[in-house]
Design a protein around this ligand. Structure first.
Ligand code: ADP
Length: 175
């Protein structure tokens, strides 16, 4: 392995919808920041899911909330967007490791299949899985959005910046 390849293997690529970023995502980011030298968080622009926050809003929000994590870990964290294949986006970002979080068996089945197909397409890009932490394992952006829409308290699941962003969009939709 040459120096460039080694550098790539120390750069993590964490793709997702992050609509919005939750404490579950932040848990994975903080733990990933302890094992890589640089972390690229990439907001998918395609997604079949109907997004609540714009891609720009999600990027700005993530930049805000990961700042303390980057400072604490002494790691560079970059937030970007991507469309197309995850492995292509990872390579473009000079990252050799795709990081994904696993919450339950349905995440496992889907994520392992995707990792294997990505591995077949791009054997040079490795996927590593981090098991969700018990305290944040139940958090899913989709459910948090439903709770917010029904006026529920999302402070257990979202950093306050994300709560504010979600509230602003929901207020604009139905003032
Ligand atoms: P995607 O549309 O790619 O699934 P998400 O934003 O829902 O985007 O999730 C991005 C990544 O974060 C996925 O690997 C997902 O499994 C992981 N993730 C989401 N919520 C949690 C959580 N509560 N704990 C750990 N990992 C999580």
């Amino acid at each position: 392995m040459d120096g460039v390849e080694r550098q790539m293997m120390r750069t993590g690529f964490y793709p997702g919808s992050f609509d919005p970023i939750t404490y579950g995502h932040l848990d994975i980011i903080a733990r990933a920041a302890r094992i890589v030298d640089k972390l690229v968080i990439a907001v998918g622009q395609h997604g079949a899911k109907q997004a609540l926050l714009s891609v720009e809003a999600r990027v700005a929000l993530i930049e805000q909330v990961v700042k303390p994590i980057a400072e604490h870990a002494g790691v560079k964290i970059i937030v970007t967007t991507f469309d197309g294949l995850t492995v292509d986006a990872a390579r473009k970002a000079h990252a050799g490791v795709v990081i994904r979080g696993l919450r339950d068996a349905s995440d496992f089945d889907y994520e392992v299949q995707m990792a294997q197909m990505n591995g077949a397409l791009s054997p040079d890009i490795e996927t590593i899985f981090m098991a969700a932490s018990p305290a944040t394992r139940m958090i899913a952006s989709s459910l948090v959005k439903q709770i917010a829409k029904m006026g529920g308290d999302t402070s257990l699941f979202l950093p306050k910046e994300a709560e504010a962003a979600v509230r602003a969009v929901l207020n604009a939709l139905s003032p």
